[in-house]
Design a protein around this ligand. Structure first.
Ligand code: SF4
Ligand code: SF4
Ligand code: SF4
Ligand code: FES
Length: 573
């Protein structure tokens, strides 16, 4: 450590730290637009400029390392003027329609304009016109609101390893688009929504189905049911200003019922069911010399990724549908029959942390006899919007519980919401399926935590099982390349599209930093600690479902409703 001076104060700093990082630690907020924690700074926006004694111009603090004895100023008139000019120039080519913008109130450009006291524009320009891309079932791109910070491009390439979007053109003609400037729907985009989370403006948003769901709730001829994913209850409260890490499961269920949903189901129920099916599939593959490693299939962004980039590994992917789709299929078959309902009158809505689930529910594989398993997917953000529209105060709700027959869950199903959760839940039950005994450990620390790539060797009976957990598809790429190259010591891989898993899904509340993601993770594991039933094979409603309807895991009915196959997807580039 050594001394530097910031705004006249002596401050300790370390080798390799940037000026921005030291300022943050010292409680000095320097505005940024293009900086992404954990990635190499691009220096594109210049919002983070500071003055350093001895340097002729203003320098970007996000990319400049501190040096011993450095004297830094962070808010001189020269700096503030330069920052205001940057904001004014951005606004000079930006639509003035904040009132109608999804990001109104959560937009970094809007906030900067307020912080910089921009009250009128000193620059005027004919605003660039570009059509919005509404071709994707998951993501809407509005290039007119794009400030060319490049964050989406970098996340798509460096975190997700997809590179569906890039800069096209140069200078004032530059814009962000797909290969051949075609619609996102025909690009390699895997619909993950990670670009939405980093976009500072309303240029990237989810495709909203709030109006459609509201309309269907008002239709007396429809029987509208809803399911909610494991990771939603630990993030929803953030949309209402509560600090990250609070579980509002019961209040969310109560509010969903107030909205008019006839039944509220918990997707964690089919997470437990997935474990029974997927665990049995893994055991079957191991015992019969089937294709290994087996790779999980519950994350739809990952499924499109493997179809496009690793079709040779499709046989390794579990045939299980995702928990969302399993529950959708059961609602329109078992539940409809049990309640004497015409499946065509049921509208099945799901609330997910994920934008890719919107794409998934429209896939042809996700319909049984041409009836889609799930009709509409709302993200956590859209659910909050729906609650606000109907004036429902989440905090004022008396907690309620989800409905039978798909309301019971174990905490193994709940931890699906975090990276490593599926693996941990699967190991707990696979151990039981193979040995007839409960897994002896309280938890499997090696698969927990936010690291993007984790591995562990597990002893299950006589077997030594190699398990790997990856989140963020850039991390998946590295592991898959090793598998392609002949690596043989891994038998089971959990892949989550989003870094950290569904708690950091593309449909989750905007603006979460690493600390917030950790708090969400801890909330899930707290639920696991507090629960009395922590293994999927002890979910009594799942057992009953097998007895009354499905028969057995991997049986004929399961295969028809709960399993599917994927095939190679051609890509343009
Ligand atoms: S992106 Fe931000 S500044 Fe632009 S219209 Fe939306 S809220 Fe306003
Ligand atoms: S949704 Fe995901 S894959 Fe698609 S452009 Fe955004 S980051 Fe890339
Ligand atoms: S779409 Fe958003 S994240 Fe991407 S370059 Fe434009 S403003 Fe930045
Ligand atoms: S945040 Fe430093 S240059 Fe953009």
């Amino acid at each position: 450590m050594f001394n530097i001076e910031i705004d006249g104060r002596n401050v300790q700093a370390g080798d390799g730290e940037t000026i921005l990082a030291v300022c943050k630690r010292e409680g000095i907020k320097i505005p940024t637009l293009c900086f992404i924690e954990g990635l190499t700074p691009s220096g594109a926006c210049r919002m983070c400029i500071v003055e350093v004694e001895g340097f002729p111009g203003l320098i970007p603090s996000c990319s400049y390392p501190v040096k011993e004895g450095m004297k830094i100023k962070t808010s001189t008139p020269k700096i503030l003027n330069a920052r205001r000019t940057i904001v004014e120039l951005l606004l000079s080519d930006h639509p003035d329609d904040c009132l109608y913008c999804l990001r109104n109130g959560q937009c970094e450009l809007q906030k900067l304009a307020r912080d910089m006291d921009v009250k009128r524009l000193s620059y005027s320009k004919v605003k660039t016109k570009r059509p919005s891309d509404v071709s994707s079932p998951s993501i809407v791109r509005n290039p007119e609101k794009c400030i060319l910070c490049g964050k989406c491009v970098r996340v798509c390439e460096e975190i997700q390893g997809v590179s569906a979007i890039d800069f096209i053109g140069r200078g004032c003609k530059a814009f962000v688009g797909t290969a051949f400037d075609s619609g996102l729907n025909v690009s390699t985009c895997i619909n993950c929504g990670q670009c939405i989370l980093v976009c500072p403006t309303g240029a990237l948003t989810e495709r909203s189905y709030v109006d459609e769901v509201a309309a269907t709730l008002a239709d007396p001829d429809k029987f509208v049911v809803v399911q909610h994913a494991p990771a939603v209850s630990v993030t929803l409260a953030e949309e209402f200003g509560v600090k990250p890490g609070k579980d509002v499961d019961g209040q969310m269920v109560a509010a969903l019922r107030r909205l008019g949903f006839k039944r509220v189901f918990d997707t964690s129920f089919t997470a437990d069911l997935t474990i029974m099916e997927e665990g049995s599939e893994l055991v079957h593959r191991i015992k019969t010399g089937g294709k290994l490693p087996m790779i999980t299939s519950c994350s739809p962004g990952w499924i499109k990724f493997v179809e496009q980039f690793y079709p040779d590994l499709l046989e390794n992917v579990s045939t299980c549908k995702s928990p969302q789709q399993m529950l959708g299929a059961l609602i329109k078959s078992f539940f409809a029959k049990r309640e004497g309902l015409d499946p065509s009158k049921i509208v099945s809505v799901s609330v997910m942390p994920c934008t890719a689930k919107k794409f998934e529910c429209q896939r042809p594989e996700m319909a049984v006899d041409y009836v889609p398993d799930v009709d509409y997917v709302l993200t956590t953000r859209e659910l909050a919007q729906l609650f606000r529209r109907y004036g429902l105060e989440l905090g004022a709700m008396t907690p309620d519980t989800a409905d039978t027959p798909f309301g019971e869950r174990t905490s193994a199903g709940k931890i699906f919401g975090a990276t490593g959760g599926v693996m941990e839940a699967a190991v707990r039950s696979a151990y039981f399926l193979l040995t007839g005994q409960e897994y002896p450990e309280e938890k499997i620390p090696a698969v927990r935590g936010l690291k993007g790539h984790k591995e562990v060797k597990l002893k299950i009976g006589d077997l030594e099982v190699g398990a790997a957990v990856v989140s963020g598809l850039g991390n998946a790429r590295k592991l898959l390349d090793e598998i392609r190259a002949g690596r043989k010591d891994i038998h089971f891989i959990e892949v989550m599209t989003c870094p950290g898993g569904c708690i950091n899904g593309g449909g989750q509340p905007i603006g979460a930093d690493t600390e917030a993601i950790k708090a969400r993770l801890q909330a899930l594991y707290q639920i696991d600690r507090d629960d009395s039933v922590r293994v999927s094979h002890k979910n009594e409603s799942v057992t009953r479902l097998y007895k009354e309807f499905l028969g057995e895991p991997l049986g004929k009915v399961s295969h028809h409703l709960l399993h599917t196959h994927y095939k190679k997807r051609e890509i343009k580039v």
